[in-house]
Write a new protein. Sequence first.
Length: 358
Amino acid sequence: MQPNNDSEPTLRTKLLFIGGLSIVGIVALVALANIFAGLVSPSGTTVEPGQPVTIAVAPGSSAATIYQALNDAGVVSYADIERITSDAGVEDKLQAGTYDLETGMPASEVLRLLLEGGTSEESRVITIVEGWTVARIASELAERTEHSEEDFLAALTDGSVSSPYLPEAETEVTEVQRWEGLLYPAKYQIPEGSSVVAILQNMADEMVQRFEGIDWSAIDELDISRYEALVIGSLIEWEAGTDADRPLISSVVHNRLGVPMRLQIDATVIYALGSNPGQVLAEHLETPSPYNTYLIDGLPPTPIGTVSDVSLIAAIHPAENDYLFYVLSSPDGSHAFAVTYEQHQANVRAAKAAGVLP
């Protein structure tokens, strides 16, 4: 069909249309050239590329907050860092810390640094070790930050820090002890100026994330709650010297609970004492405490320290056996296991003969 002449633009209109496109195109090309030349930052402000920029990412910062800070500083555009982070599926793995960056950096390089942690000398790295108590964590944080030990303990006990797994208050357990096992053991970047609450909440949130990421399908066969699994995991954390022993020690705990039989775990005595005497003596076994499993039935009321993923998994996946006893048997930290007390005594004598036990 022939086009309707009434609908055709005139030659003059065509020329104006083409000319308009040319002007828009020139403006776009100039703007693009300015960006590549470093005259315009991703945020729209004038900035030179390669200029040093320090970005502080506080613990608990959202991905969006981090993107915006990078964008505003001219390091990388919000859209670019958001896209590459989303494509990699690592929005929840961006690390707190203080970063020494430059304007106009590639998004891939920025993401790599955010996943590794702070790069600045001002970015403090603190490692919370498996098995540490809340008191030990507060002490270590006080040594590495501008806050006091009392500040950290107060934030945990006055409601400033929260966790969905914080147990109900009990008369036999202190407010600090309620937090045992609820701060995840890991390496943390703590930028200058981080508040006490931000530091602790980051650790508590990390524990929630790890806890909820565990496959709990096997727990129905164990007749324990998830919190009780966390308590068992803390016992395994203190007692196991090798990864191979974790499910075996777990089996002893579960087997004794099923008899029922007191756990009689030395680590709970050490926790009850408040410090490690180096060697648990007979007199220590009489220490009155709701945590002393030589005197109480069942599990302690809370975990006795931080718990790693491997110990928590071992707590809900005990080895299948009838073991009721174990004793240290090698300098590498491994144990010998036994079903009967007579077998256990033989293992104790062997350990003493080998110089493993005094």
